[in-house]
Design a protein around this ligand. Structure first.
Ligand code: BGC
Length: 680
């Protein structure tokens, strides 16, 4: 007889699970299909997420339970390291950094006793009003896929199962429990699923189904998504679990749909209900076996692997992890405007600095939904500046409510920093009972913040606006009146320290937007936070703005630096299975800096309706002044394919394509070269 032990091979696990299935009673099998988190435990813990949520497992057969904790901005169990939100990390365009963050999250999950991490949130930002925008990485499926895969890699290195969520088409918050998403096959395949496929290919262990419906069926019951595509076509071997409270609507729907586990506890996957559905012939025993097998196999795969290290409690929120949170905040901030090069500030030229705004000195690290990481001490902008500057510069802070006082303070200062934006009341996971979060009604700042900016700007030429938020903020009412704008995001536990270093040039900002900021929000796709039904079309974000030639405030991929870069000598090479673009990038300024080189493929000669161009590769590089680097980016030829819904297959057009490379998605900022894919 095989026993459960460290270092089991896949074959041994498979044999063991088959043996166990033969021995198990129906009730024992059904035990694998549910979470065990009863309300009294939550009460005992004094709150949701204070400990892991357990589920499945079998003492008789020596199979451990899974122990779930959430994210994505860090492990939600108190004490953990709080990173900048995912949207900020996306703006770093640095998947290696994301993998290192995953590494820390994996370690902290284990140190808390967890082995299942629910924080690989990779839904597409279809519209910036989406309340949970901060939990994902941006509007582009390729970019989201790369980041989701990087986080998965990092977390799973520590034998923690990663959950990619919410499968699928979950991009409206308030209506998430009821909305039906109408979507054609090509849009589903090309726009809303590729990032999930990318994570599955990376080996992500589990998938969380979404609350919403796709084509009339709840995602937790959606056999087309779960059985046909995920488990069938993509060959996913892990298990699917539901989203929390209302992710399963009935026993038969969930089981036939391919949902393996009901979380966080059984309502419809109770033994009695499953048994009666079996007796009525509405579900089959094979379905139960399949679910139980997937769960046990996945748990054993992760819990029997040798660990790369020990996971003592001292790892939780340790200095090394905080250092990474600082690095992430530094690498993710995006400089949107810097007229007459007002930034970076020079310590030696400033005597007095004023800092205004309601987020200057309060903890504002994201929403209070399932991704909230509770930390006692946060580096706020004011704290960060005080720590960085010591006594060298006088800092005067005010919340900015009294505009007469603001004017007086501005006049006395050399420079004024205004910290404004959003918080958990404006955007976040919608929690009805607490009446918090949800989608935004408006993409601009609050009137009071705009008034504050305008007041400060009317008194000084040295007004720097720092924006806090998790998604696009429109700025047309005030952006021309200020010389500098920095998008600082919800920047985690070390955010204020990172901000100070950026404002004073110790760190040169290199982040870039991963979404489009429109001039006119009317140009965005239709969005209704209360929708019962909505159609998700093929175009959104930069593909929509490209196609319709709509005016932009800031394009996807945009971000400034304290230096400048020039591009030249674009080349393309077409091999059997890949296209290699290369370009020379030179730092033409006086300071070292990072540039995010982006590669887009253009489909102008396509025989069908295709986007003008799509992001297919990127690389963040560092350059010293005057240094030139030749940047090579490879695109597998299969990534040029489109989904033909008639033939139900991915096809590569044999046409002339354009390869674009440059530092933003704007055509004028890109160099281009043509290449041909021919019939072999
Ligand atoms: C959220 C999920 C989350 C789960 C457990 C749900 O409300 O939609 O994203 O993983 O709670 O924390």
């Amino acid at each position: 007889m095989i026993e459960v032990k460290k270092g089991m091979s896949e074959k041994e696990i498979e044999d063991y699970v088959n043996y166990v299935l033969n021995q198990m009673s129906l009730e024992e099998k059904v035990d694998q299909m549910k979470g065990k988190r009863f309300l009294f435990k939550v009460i005992q813990d004094r709150g949701v997420g204070k400990r892991t949520y357990d589920g499945a497992g079998s003492r008789r057969f020596n199979i451990p339970s899974f122990e779930f904790t959430d994210g994505p901005r860090g492990v939600i169990i108190p004490g953990s390291t709080c990173f900048p939100v995912s949207m900020a990390r996306g703006a770093s365009w640095d998947p290696d950094l994301e993998e290192r963050i995953g590494n820390v999250i994996g370690r902290e999950t284990r140190a808390h006793g967890g082995n299942l991490y629910g924080g690989v949130c990779i839904n597409l930002l279809r519209h910036p009003a989406w309340g949970r925008a901060q939990e994902t990485y941006g509007e582009d499926p390729f970019l989201i896929g790369e980041f989701g895969a990087a986080l998965t890699r990092g977390v799973q290195k520590h034998n923690v199962m990663a959950t990619a969520k919410h499968f699928a088409a979950n991009s409206i918050e308030k209506a998430r429990f009821k909305v039906n998403v109408k979507i054609d096959e090509r849009t589903l395949r090309e726009v809303y699923l590729p990032h999930f496929k990318r994570c599955v290919d990376e080996g992500c262990a589990t998938i969380m189904s979404a609350y919403n419906k796709v084509r009339g069926k709840y995602c937790g019951h959606n056999d087309y998504l779960l059985r046909d595509i995920l488990k069938g076509e993509w060959g996913f071997k892990g298990f699917v679990h539901s989203d929390w409270m209302y992710g399963v609507k009935d026993t038969v729907g969930g089981v036939t749909g391919g949902l393996d586990v009901e979380m966080p506890r059984a309502k419809y996957y109770k033994y009695k209900k499953i048994k009666s559905a079996l007796n009525n012939g509405e579900i089959t025993e094979e379905m139960i076996d399949e679910a139980a097998k997937r769960v046990m196999r996945t748990i054993l795969k992760y819990t029997t692997r040798e660990d790369p290290q020990n996971y003592g409690e001292d790892l939780i929120g340790c200095d090394e992890h905080y250092k990474l949170a600082l690095e992430a905040a530094e690498r993710s901030m995006v400089l949107l405007k810097n007229d007459s090069v007002i930034l970076p500030l020079d310590k030696n030229e400033i005597k007095k600095l004023t800092i205004f705004g309601k987020y200057a000195s309060v903890k504002n690290i994201g929403d209070y939904g399932s991704s909230a990481v509770s930390v006692k001490e946060v580096s706020t902008p004011l704290k960060g500046l005080r720590k960085y500057l010591g006594d060298s510069i006088e800092i005067v802070g005010s919340n900015g409510k009294d505009l007469t006082l603001v004017k007086e303070l501005v006049k006395e200062a050399d420079v004024s920093v205004v910290i404004v934006g959003l918080n958990w009341r404006d955007e976040g996971e919608y929690i009805k009972e607490l009446r918090i979060g949800g989608d935004r009604d408006n993409l601009s700042l609050h009137d009071k913040d705009i008034e504050l900016i305008k007041t400060v700007a009317s008194e000084t030429e040295n007004c720097i606006v720092v924006l806090i938020g998790g998604s696009a903020i429109t700025m047309e009412e005030w952006k021309d009146q200020v010389p500098a704008i920095l998008m600082a995001w919800y920047s985690g536990v070390e955010g204020g320290n990172a901000l100070a270093k950026i404002l004073f040039g110790e760190v040169n900002p290199g982040g870039k937007l991963t979404f489009t900021i429109p001039k006119d929000p009317q140009d965005l796709p239709f969005f209704d936070k209360n929708a019962d039904e909505i159609e998700y079309g093929y175009y959104h974000g930069y593909t929509l703005f490209d196609k319709e030639n709509y005016e932009l405030a800031f394009p996807f991929g945009f971000g400034l630096s304290y230096t400048t870069f020039s591009y030249g000598n674009i080349q393309v090479e077409v091999n059997n299975d890949r296209i290699i673009g290369s370009i020379e990038v030179k730092n033409t300024g006086d300071v070292a800096g990072d540039e995010v080189v982006q590669l887009y493929i253009g489909f102008e000669k396509s025989q069908i309706d295709r986007p003008i161009k799509l992001l297919k590769g990127f690389k963040r590089i560092s350059l010293e002044p005057n240094e030139t680097k030749n940047v090579k980016i490879e695109v597998p030829t299969r990534n040029l394919a489109w989904y033909n819904q008639e033939s139900k297959s991915w096809e590569i057009e044999k046409i002339e394509y354009t390869l674009y490379m440059g530092g933003t998605s704007k055509k004028e900022d890109l160099q281009s070269i043509q290449f041909i894919i021919q019939n072999k």
